[in-house]
Design a protein around this ligand. Structure first.
Ligand code: 16G
Ligand code: MG
Length: 542
C-alpha cells in the first residue's frame, strides 16, 4: 500500500473541515458539492470490503428520489444486498475523519475488520443521470485505484441493475450474465414465458404509460423496450429530454402528493405508473371516468403479488409459507385485507428496505413492500430448489403453475426492489388474471391518510419502539397522540424522525380525508410543542 500516494490523492479530494455526514438508510445523501471526499473515501472503503469478503463490491452514485442538486453514494455487498451494519459504521467514521486523520481511520478499519491487505479487490460502479454523477463516480474510481483495487465502471445504471451485476459476478454467472444485455435477457425471457399462456392480451393489457421521473429509468426502459415489445408496449413520459429529475414527477411525488405527475397525458382508465429517480420504486395509478385520481401504492402491489403467489402454491399443492412484510406506513385497509381476506401473515418493521428485507428472509416466500413502492419478493434457496424440482416432476396444470413460479423467481431481482422487475411481474399478473387496473384497485379501499413534516431543533429527541408505531421520548408525546387518535373513527397516527431529511414525519389515517387531515395537523402541533419545534407553528390546510 502506497501511503504517500493515498495521502496525496486524498488531498485532491479534501474534506471540508467540520462537515459531518451519516451513512443513513440509503447511504450518504446531501448536496452534490459536499460529496467529493465522501466518494473518494467510499472508493477506498469498497476496496477494503472487497478484500475482506474476497468478493466484488458495488458502489452506486445516486440520490434516488431527492432533488437533482443532491447526490449520494451507497455500497452494495456481495450478494447484491445492502452494506452490513458494522460497515455502515466504518463508512460513517471514514467519511467524517478530518483530512489529517483519514489514513489512521482507514488503517483502524482494516485492522478492526481483519482485512488481508494482500488480497485482490474488485469494485463495480454505477451512476444515475444527475449532472454531478459522472464526476463523483470518477472520484470513487480514484479511491479504488489508489488503494490498488481493480474496477469496472458500468456508467449509467439503475440502482437495482448495479445490485444485479454484483450478484451475478459473485455467483460466477449462475444467476445471470453480469452485463446490461444479460439483465434484459434474463428479465424479458421470464416475462415472455410467464405471459405466453395468457388468454387475454388485447390492447388494454398491452400498453402501459410510464413516468420515468426524468431519470435513469427512461434510458434503461428504452434500451429494454424491444426485448419485451411482443408482450408489452411501454410509452415513456418524463424521459429526461426536457424536465428536471424528480421535479413534479416520479414515484415519490405521486405517492406523497397523491396526484398525477406533470408531463403525463392521462386518459380515463388508462394504466399508468411512475418510477423514482434511480428506478427502484414504482407506484401505479389511473384516472376514473369522472377524472378522479386513484393511486395504487406499494401496499396494493404487495397484495396483488401475494394473492397471485398464493394461488400458484395452492395449485401445485405445496405448503410453502408466505409472509408479507410492511412498515407502519402501510394503509390500515391493506393490512386488514391481507390478514382477514387473504389469510396471510403480515409483519411490520421499521422504515428502510434493509429492515423489511431482513424480516422477509425468514419465510419460504417473503413479499415485502413499503407503501412508497419500494419492494420485492424473496424466495429462500430451499423454496427455489423445491419449485424448480416440481416444475420438472409435476404434470399438466400443476406443472404450469410451478413453471410460472419459476419465472416469477427469475423476474425478481432477488437482492433489492427493482421498479422494472416489479412492473413486469405486475403486468404479467394483470394479463394472466385478466384484471383491469380498476379491478385491481377495487381489491380494497384505502383509508384516507395524510403525511406531514414538522421542523424541530433536534429530531433525535424523538425515539420510537414497536416498529416506529409508538413514541418513547419525549415523555408525554405518545399519550398526546393516543388522546388525539381517540377522537376519530378508524384512526391511527404515528411520528418518527426521518432518516433522510432533517425533519420529523407525521402520518395519520382516519375514516375521511377531512378527519385524516385534521388528525395529522393535531399530531403535528403536539410534536411541535413537545419535541422542540422551530419556525412557524404548523398550520392547518395543505
Ligand atoms: C430511504 C429508504 C426507503 C425509505 C426512505 C424513508 C432504502 C434503499 N431507501 O429512501 O426505503 O422508505 O428512506 O425516508 O432503504 P425517511 O426516513 O426520510 O422517511
Ligand atoms: Mg430510489
Amino acid at each position: 500500500m502506497d501511503l504517500d500516494a493515498i495521502r496525496e490523492y486524498s488531498a485532491l479530494h479534501a474534506k471540508p473541515s467540520g462537515l459531518v455526514l451519516q451513512y443513513g438508510t440509503a447511504g450518504f445523501r446531501t448536496k452534490a458539492e459536499h460529496l467529493d471526499h465522501v466518494m473518494f473515501r467510499m472508493g477506498l472503503l469498497a476496496v477494503l470490503r472487497s478484500k475482506q469478503t474476497k468478493s466484488t463490491i458495488g458502489v452506486m452514485v445516486t440520490a434516488s428520489h431527492n432533488p437533482e442538486e443532491d447526490n449520494g453514494v451507497k455500497l452494495v455487498d456481495p450478494l447484491g444486498e445492502m452494506l452490513a451494519p458494522s460497515w455502515e459504521e466504518h463508512a460513517t467514521c471514514l467519511a467524517n475523519a478530518e483530512e489529517h486523520e483519514m489514513l489512521r481511520v482507514l488503517m483502524d478499519i482494516s485492522v478492526k475488520a481483519a482485512v488481508n491487505l494482500h488480497q485482490d479487490a474488485f469494485v463495480v460502479i454505477g451512476r444515475d443521470t444527475r449532472p454531478s454523477s459522472e464526476k463523483l463516480s470518477q472520484s470513487v474510481i480514484d479511491g479504488v485505484t489508489v488503494l490498488g483495487g481493480q474496477f469496472h465502471d458500468y456508467g449509467l445504471l439503475t440502482t437495482p441493475q448495479l445490485h444485479y451485476m454484483v450478484y451475478c459476478r459473485n455467483t460466477s454467472g449462475q444467476y445471470g450474465k453480469a452485463t446490461i444485455e444479460g439483465y434484459y435477457e434474463k428479465l424479458s425471457k421470464a416475462f415472455m414465458e410467464l405471459t405466453k399462456q395468457a388468454f387475454c392480451s388485447g390492447d388494454e393489457y398491452r400498453s402501459l404509460k410510464v413516468d420515468c421521473a426524468n431519470g435513469i429509468g427512461a434510458l434503461k426502459l428504452r434500451e429494454m423496450e424491444h426485448y419485451i415489445s411482443q408482450g408489452l408496449s411501454v410509452q415513456l413520459f418524463n424521459d429526461g429530454t426536457k424536465g428536471k429529475l424528480n421535479h413534479l414527477c416520479g414515484a415519490d411525488f405521486v405517492k406523497s402528493h397523491q396526484k398525477p405527475p406533470q408531463g403525463m397525458e392521462m386518459k380515463s382508465n388508462e394504466r399508468c405508473c411512475s418510477f423514482d429517480g434511480d428506478a427502484d420504486r414504482i407506484v401505479y395509478y389511473y384516472l376514473d371516468v369522472d377524472g378522479h385520481f386513484h393511486l395504487i401504492d406499494g401496499d396494493k402491489i404487495a397484495t396483488l403479488i401475494s394473492s397471485f403467489l398464493k394461488e400458484l402454491l395452492l395449485e401445485i399443492g405445496e405448503s410453502l409459507n408466505i409472509g408479507v412484510v410492511q412498515t407502519a406506513y402501510a394503509n390500515g385497509s391493506s393490512t386488514r385485507y391481507l390478514e382477514e381476506v387473504m389469510k396471510v401473515s403480515v409483519y411490520c418493521t421499521k422504515t428502510g428496505v434493509k429492515h423489511l428485507h431482513h424480516k422477509a428472509q425468514e419465510f419460504d416466500i417473503g413479499v415485502y413492500f413499503e407503501a412508497n413502492g419500494h419492494g420485492t419478493v424473496l424466495f429462500s434457496k430451499a423454496a427455489e430448489t423445491k419449485i424448480k424440482q416440481l416444475a420438472k416432476e409435476l404434470e399438466d396444470k400443476k406443472r404450469e403453475a410451478a413453471k410460472m413460479l419459476e419465472n416469477v423467481i427469475d423476474l425478481f431481482n432477488q437482492a433489492a426492489g427493482d421498479a422494472i422487475s416489479d412492473m413486469l411481474v405486475i403486468e404479467a399478473i394483470l394479463i394472466l388474471k385478466g384484471l383491469t387496473v380498476q379491478q385491481w384497485d377495487a381489491l380494497y379501499t384505502d383509508l384516507p391518510n395524510r403525511q406531514l413534516k414538522v421542523k424541530v431543533a433536534d429530531r433525535q429527541v424523538i425515539s420510537t419502539t414497536d416498529a416506529e408505531r409508538q413514541v418513547v421520548t419525549p415523555p408525554g408525546l405518545q399519550e398526546a397522540i393516543n388522546d388525539l387518535v381517540k377522537k376519530y373513527k378508524l384512526s391511527r397516527a404515528f411520528v418518527r424522525p426521518s432518516g433522510t431529511e432533517d425533519i420529523v414525519r407525521v402520518y395519520a389515517e382516519a375514516d375521511s380525508q377531512e378527519n385524516a387531515d385534521s388528525l395529522a395537523h393535531a399530531v403535528s402541533l403536539a410534536v411541535f410543542q413537545l419535541a422542540g419545534g422551530v419556525g412557524e407553528t404548523p398550520q392547518p390546510g395543505f
